[in-house]
Design a protein around this ligand. Structure first.
Ligand SMILES: [Zn+2]
Length: 152
């Protein structure tokens, strides 16, 4: 399980290697993303709080990167943070996410990106629930939910 110490370590000393890499030009991303998805993921935008489609979704499944389809978070570690953005306590795999120290807007924060394609996802904060204490605050526009098949 990752903790804040690991997050800081990755952001300072380098991130774990992803299983694969997906790289496209800005023009290629524009062709496959909506304007809002492009703004958030490729231009480090932020959607308005409580506006995201995945905010109040609690269906079982895996949250994938909207750009490259890599699984990022599992619905079982999603929690209601009350912030207005989908929130998670852990990535699905240690090397799914990339961490970057972000000093924009006069704050020191840790930006989280897709480790496969560098899509901007959101930020991670050390005020999440136990046991990890992490809160991944992620834009809905950065993800799609791959719902689990229901067998009946
Ligand atoms: Zn990606």
């Amino acid at each position: 399980m990752l903790t804040w110490k690991d997050v800081i370590h990755f952001s300072v000393n380098g991130n774990p290697k992803p299983d694969r890499r997906v790289e496209k030009t800005e023009q290629e991303w524009k062709e496959i993303l909506t304007p809002e998805q492009f703004r958030v993921t490729r231009k480090k935008g932020t959607e308005a709080p409580h506006s995201g489609a995945l905010c109040t979704v609690h269906d079982a499944g895996k949250y994938e990167c909207i750009c490259c389809g890599t699984s990022l978070f599992d619905s079982t570690i999603k929690f209601e943070s009350g912030t207005g953005w989908p929130s998670f306590t852990q990535p699905i795999k240690e090397n799914a996410i990339k961490y970057h120290k972000d000093t924009s807007y006069g704050m020191i924060r840790v930006e989280v990106m897709c480790n496969t394609c560098d899509a901007h996802l959101g930020h991670v904060f050390p005020d999440g629930p136990e046991p990890s204490g992490l809160r991944y605050c992620i834009n809905s526009e950065s993800m799609q939910l791959e719902k689990e098949e229901t067998h009946g």
